[in-house]
Design a protein around this ligand. Structure first.
Ligand code: DGI
Ligand code: FE
Ligand code: FE
Length: 194
């Protein structure tokens, strides 16, 4: 399926507001891909599809997580996390998307993870800073994202964890591993000669 067809598909299945958000993520992901030298078509496709499972029923999502043997700890955490792996599954089986990088960008767009690819970082950040996002702190990450992707990512991951702590939510292991990894990369860079 090409991007145009995928966009028609998600427009049909997503409520209007979610589709508007998706369009914001698409524009942002394409701009970030151009800026940071990623494949623009891959970024566009991943962005179009990233929230495809957002409005699936909890029962359906739970079944897919069990059937596909996704991390079973997901089921012990907030159901908001479930649409990301379930979305990657649907992208593969209903939209025939084969690129593992696109599928991983969808799968990890909510939590992030350690060792994210450039595409995964772009989708994670585009989802966080698309023009429809209005929360406190978003402007700073938005400004950084085009200049310094890693710095923007660190800020976004930190803010997300602080937000979850404030809401007294538990933090999923992938989210924590993402935080540890972005902080480790920063420390490593500090000691490199250039
Ligand atoms: O699907 P979107 O609304 O566009 O955004 P998203 O996929 O980033 O989902 C955001 C939601 O996921 C938000 O309500 C916070 C939640 N979330 C993200 N990481 C974690 C988390 N919730 C828990 N409990 N733990 C996490 O590590
Ligand atoms: Fe999402
Ligand atoms: Fe989203």
């Amino acid at each position: 399926m090409n991007c145009e067809e995928a966009l028609v598909y998600v427009k049909e299945i997503l409520p209007e507001r979610r589709f508007e958000h998706t369009l914001g993520v698409v524009e942002t992901a394409k701009a970030l891909a151009v800026k940071h030298g990623a494949d623009v078509k891959q970024a566009e496709m991943a962005a179009i599809v990233h929230d495809i499972a957002k409005h699936h029923s909890r029962d359906d999502m739970k079944k897919i997580i069990e059937q596909e043997k996704f991390d079973s700890r997901l089921l012990l955490f907030h159901h908001e996390l479930w649409h990301a792996p379930v979305g990657s599954y649907l992208a593969k089986v209903t939209l025939n998307i084969e690129s593992q990088d696109i599928l991983n960008a969808i799968r990890y767009h909510t939590t992030g993870r350690a060792d994210m690819s450039l595409l995964e970082k772009i989708i994670y950040l585009a989802d966080y800073i698309e023009p429809g996002r209005k929360f406190a702190g978003v402007e700073e990450v938005r400004a950084l994202a085009y200049d310094d992707l890693e710095k923007a990512l660190r800020k976004a991951v930190k803010q997300s964890i602080l937000f979850l702590l404030q809401k007294k939510q538990r933090i999923f292991p992938d989210t924590l591993e993402c935080y540890n990894d972005v902080m480790l990369q920063k420390e490593k860079n500090k000691y490199e000669p250039n």
